[in-house]
Design a protein around this ligand. Structure first.
Ligand SMILES: Nc1ncnc2c1ncn2[C@@H]1O[C@H](COP(=O)(O)OP(=O)(O)OP(=O)(O)O)[C@@H](O)[C@H]1O
Ligand SMILES: [Mg+2]
Length: 269
């Protein structure tokens, strides 16, 4: 019998260090540091334009960070080079980023479904084109994901014939089909009529109960309170305040967090 010690488990799924993002002269993210452990459910709040979507887009590399480091499962994404002036530049290959995007799934406010494909076609798309899965197997997997979000009977409908809540659930099924380690939600309910918000939040709640690791940008402060293991408040391109839902949402210490929450006066626990 060998006595080799098991490798220490890496408790960090995602580690973000000094992440910055500029658009031209405008610096939107000014140094984000964030550690996400498996099972974390992180709610992200902040005023419009504070950079919440930009942060999520940088985490699945729809936007490339201007500088800083993203580590996924203990490996740095991209290849870092130290420049003559001592700064570090990171080169990203599309091939690597395609792999990262399968590990970090994203659900958008506007669903982003392909209008010319059925619900089933939308959920299968990534399995077939990105993962190269055979169509028969992809069909089976996609049907299972649609069933999971309560839409088995809508598999053959086109998005134009689905309600907003159903479209968003198809988008969630599409993200789940790739079996991501981390799920990012960017205001998944804010494009929905109020009566359709609940069905989408229930699906997100069920994913949380399965122990999935998720980052959720939301203005639904009440949902964030019950959903999150940790809450981040973003302002001026940095994490301005963070803590448990009780700390940040009930007893915020920073005046800007207090002012933001006071504006969301529909807030009830
Ligand atoms: N592709 C882009 N090119 C130029 N500027 C951009 C781009 N994307 C975002 N910005 C700018 O970055 C800032 C942050 O935008 P972002 O969409 O991340 O904010 P947000 O916090 O998600 O806002 P909201 O709550 O309204 O969704 C805004 O000033 C926006 O105009
Ligand atoms: Mg946004």
């Amino acid at each position: 019998m060998t006595n080799a010690a098991a490798p220490a488990p890496n408790p960090t799924l995602l580690r973000v260090t000094a992440l910055r993002k500029q658009f031209g002269q405008a610096e939107v993210l000014k140094g984000i540091d964030l550690c996400v452990a498996p099972g974390d459910r992180i709610a992200i709040l902040g005023a419009s334009g504070s950079g919440k979507s930009t942060l999520l887009r940088c985490l699945n590399f729809m936007e490339r960070p201007s500088s800083g480091r993203v580590e996924l499962g203990g490996s740095v994404v991209g290849t870092e080079r130290t420049m003559r002036d001592g700064s570090v530049q990171t080169d990203y290959s599309e091939r690597e980023l395609t792999r990262v995007r399968q590990r970090v799934g994203m659900v958008f406010q506007q669903f982003n479904l392909f209008p010319h494909m059925t619900a089933l076609g939308n959920v299968m798309e990534g399995l077939v084109t990105v993962q190269g899965m055979a169509r028969a197997l992809a069909t089976t997997k996609a049907r299972a994901q649609l069933a999971r979000v309560g839409l088995a009977e809508k598999a053959d409908e086109y998005p134009a014939r689905l309600s907003g809540g159903q479209k968003q659930r198809v988008a969630i099924a599409r993200a789940l089909a790739l079996e991501p380690e981390l799920l990012l939600f960017d205001e998944p309910t804010s494009a929905l009529d109020p009566e359709l918000v609940g069905e989408v939040l229930r699906v997100i709640r069920a994913l949380a109960d399965e122990g999935r690791t998720m980052l959720l940008v939301t203005h639904e402060v009440g949902f964030a309170y019950h959903f999150a293991s940790r809450v981040l408040f973003i302002a001026d391109g940095v994490i301005h305040e963070q803590g448990t839902p009780d700390e940040v949402l009930k007893h915020p210490r920073q005046p800007r967090t207090q002012a933001f929450l006071a504006r969301h006066n529909e807030f009830s626990f």
